[in-house]
Design a protein. Sequence first.
Length: 290
Amino acid sequence: MAQKSSGPLDTHFRLKPVYRLGLLIAAGSSLPAGIAHAADNALTTSHSAAPTLLAQIGGAEAEGEGEGAEADVMSSDAAYLTQLALMRGHLNIGVALYREGHTEAAATHMKHPRDELYAGLVPAFKVRSVQGFEKALTALTAAVSDGADVATVEEALAEVEIGIEQARTGVPASERMDAVTQFRVIVRLMRTAAEEYAIAVVDGRLENAHEYQDALGFVRIAREHVERLAENPEQAERKGVAEAIQTAREQLDAIRDLWVGLMPPDKLDRNSERLYGATARVELAAAAID
C-alpha cells in the first residue's frame, strides 16, 4: 500500500505518488557502515562535494534537466523514463497552481514540457516504436492558457497522463519495472530538484519561484515512483529493495519543509544542501540492491 502524504508534496493526481549527509547518517541508517562512512566524509568536507559525489556513485551521469538528454533518451532507458517523469513534474505543478487560481504561473509551467522536453523526446518515440502525445499536450496547454474551467483542465491532464504511460512502453516491461532502473529515475528526479532549488533559493532569499515550484514537482513524481515500486511484489522482495524504498520514503519525508506552499515567500530559511544530501542517501541505499 502506498503511504499517503500531506502538504505541498501531495501530488493531487487522480492517478497513483540539511542537514549534511553526515548529520543524517548520525540519526540512523540502513546503509552499510563503510558506504555511510565514505559518504559522510565526502559530504561533511564541503556541501559543494554533494553534486560530485552523486555523479560518481554507481556511475550515475550528472546531467541536468534537458542537458544532453536528447542523445541519452535514444540509448538509455533510465534517461528516457526520466525525461517523461520530468515532464510529469512540470505538469503536476502547473495543474496544481491552476487549481489554486495561479493561472499565469500555471501557464509558464505548461510551456516547458511542450516546447522543450517533448521536442527532445520525439526522435526517441520513433526509435522506440511508440506514439507521441503532442495533441493531448497541446490541448492541455491551450486549456490552461485559455482559462478553461478546472474540470476541463483535469480531463486534459488525464489524456496527457495516458499518453505518457503509453510512451513508457517504449522501454520493455522487464526493464521499465526493474528496481534498479526505477531508482535511477528517482535519483535523477531528486538531483534535478536539488539543482533547481539551488537556483530558486540563495542565501535565504527567493530568487526564482518557477524553479522552486519545478523542484517540488520533481520530488512529487519521485515519491510516486517510490510508491509504485513498493506496490510491485516481485521487485519489492529483491534483496535491498525494501531497504532502499524505506530510505527513499524517509528522505523525501525529511525534505518536505523545503516547500512551504506552491507560492513561496520572499524569504526562505532553506537551502539545496538538504536535497543533495537526501539524494545521496537514496542513491547509496539503491546501490545495495542485488
